[in-house]
Design a protein around this ligand. Structure first.
Ligand code: ASN
Ligand code: ZN
Length: 322
């Protein structure tokens, strides 16, 4: 898995691996016959107008603008996960373009999928750094596009929390894939690297221990529940989509760490099958999603497989029947 790792130098460096210029130059060269993405990165130049000015297209060299180049590299890594591991060619499955806009707005403190493109703010510099710093955030936003192109989970209440969950799953998996990291060794953090050093926090969310990602004077405490007994009923946040996603997130991370090995190969495959297998509807809630994952796991790995046991165990641990 050396090539993929070399292509994400910031992560490789943060994992304590020396970054060698030679290895990187080598990794830039594509294998013959390799399907390449069609990335288009635009610059909103600090206003909230989309798409902004196109600044880097597929195959063009680094621009020297860190956000542009991080978005380009990050999209490449997410593309490779979906293509090499799950056989999906881009967001639409038909080799369509991967479009992103960086430098959106003035010190804008978020990243989002707008239905057509991924959009990244620079952060205010006090709480947030730029959102392209985190490969899990880039993966999260691209996965919103995949969900929209496949299961179309409606972005509110339980189906919305599942939409968020699916994005966190592929956000975490693309980091593990890029680093060649075993599930048991993974951080399961989403948005590591987006906070400045002023913030008392590790990341935006923790999949394995929801509710523990940060505890800060300004931001407050990470509000995510980790179990159905703490399910949040609210009209805010589209019905708590970024809150209640903690519950399925924990189920997934528990099942994956229980299994060990490369999570993108086993449970990632099952979740991809679930997302694309026609079992989900736009208004699917937690119970139906649990059932769909169990069907997908049994179908892929067999009814008595360790995978089937781990997935059922993960759901039960968060208070869902499996
Ligand atoms: N970062 C958030 C997300 O992608 C933005 C939002 O609330 N739509 O889920
Ligand atoms: Zn999201």
């Amino acid at each position: 898995h050396e090539d993929e790792r070399a292509e994400w130098p910031s992560l490789r460096a943060s994992a304590g691996v020396a970054v060698e210029a030679d290895a990187e130059a080598e990794a830039e060269a594509e294998a013959p016959g390799e399907v390449v993405p069609d990335r288009r990165i635009s610059d909103a130049e600090h206003v909230e107008t989309l798409p902004g000015r196109l600044v880097r297209r597929e195959g063009q060299p680094e621009t020297g603008d860190r956000s542009v180049d991080q978005a380009y590299d990050g999209l490449g890594e997410v593309f490779r996960l979906f293509h090499r591991v799950y056989g999906r060619d881009a967001i639409d499955g038909g080799g369509g373009s991967l479009e992103a806009t960086v430098h959106f707005g003035d010190r804008y403190d978020n990243a989002f999928w707008d239905g057509e493109r991924m959009v990244f703010g620079d952060g205010d510099g006090e709480v947030f750094r730029g959102f392209t710093h985190s490969l899990s955030v880039v993966g999260h936003e691209l996965a919103h596009g995949v969900t929209e192109a496949t299961a179309r989970l409606r972005y509110r209440d339980q189906s919305g929390a599942l939409n968020e969950h699916v994005s966190d799953v592929f956000g975490a998996l693309v980091e593990q894939y890029a680093m060649g990291q075993d599930a048991a060794a993974a951080s399961w953090l989403i948005g590591e690297g987006v906070f400045t050093e002023l913030v008392q926090g590790r990341a935006l969310r923790s999949m394995i221990e929801p509710g523990t990602a940060y505890d800060d004077d300004v931001l407050g405490r990470d509000p995510q529940p980790a179990h159905m007994r703490d399910y949040v009923r609210t009209d805010d946040d589209s019905g708590g989509v970024h809150l209640n996603s903690g519950i399925p997130n924990r189920a997934f991370a528990l099942a994956a760490t229980e299994l060990g090995g490369f999570a993108w190969e086993h449970l990632g495959r099952v979740w991809y099958d679930t997302l694309t297998g026609g079992m989900l509807k736009p208004n699917t809630g937690f119970d139906a999603f649990v059932a769909a994952t169990l069907v997908a796991t049994r179908h892929r790995f067999g009814p008595t497989s360790s995978e089937a046991r781990a997935v059922a165990g993960g759901w039960r641990a968060v208070g869902l029947d499996a």
